[in-house]
Design a protein around this ligand. Sequence first.
Ligand SMILES: [Zn+2]
Length: 78
Amino acid sequence: MKKSQPIRMCIACRSRHPQNSLIRLKHEGKDVVAFDGKGRSFYLCDICSTDEKKIKGLIKRFKQDEERFAAIIKQLTQ
Ligand SMILES: [Zn+2]
């Protein structure tokens, strides 16, 4: 029997996906980091996480360092 998954929204494209198919991030001060179980998190779908334009949009939106942010996304999508 299939267990129903909680559905979460991707912050980049606003589409809804099962929670376990999304990348989970959070804000730590001004930085966006991988979610570590504490604080408020947000989600990014696997389509957006491999879409360079979407990633660049998020970097601007959250005023992130481009290299650092890209490295986190890369690490989480491996
Ligand atoms: Zn998305």
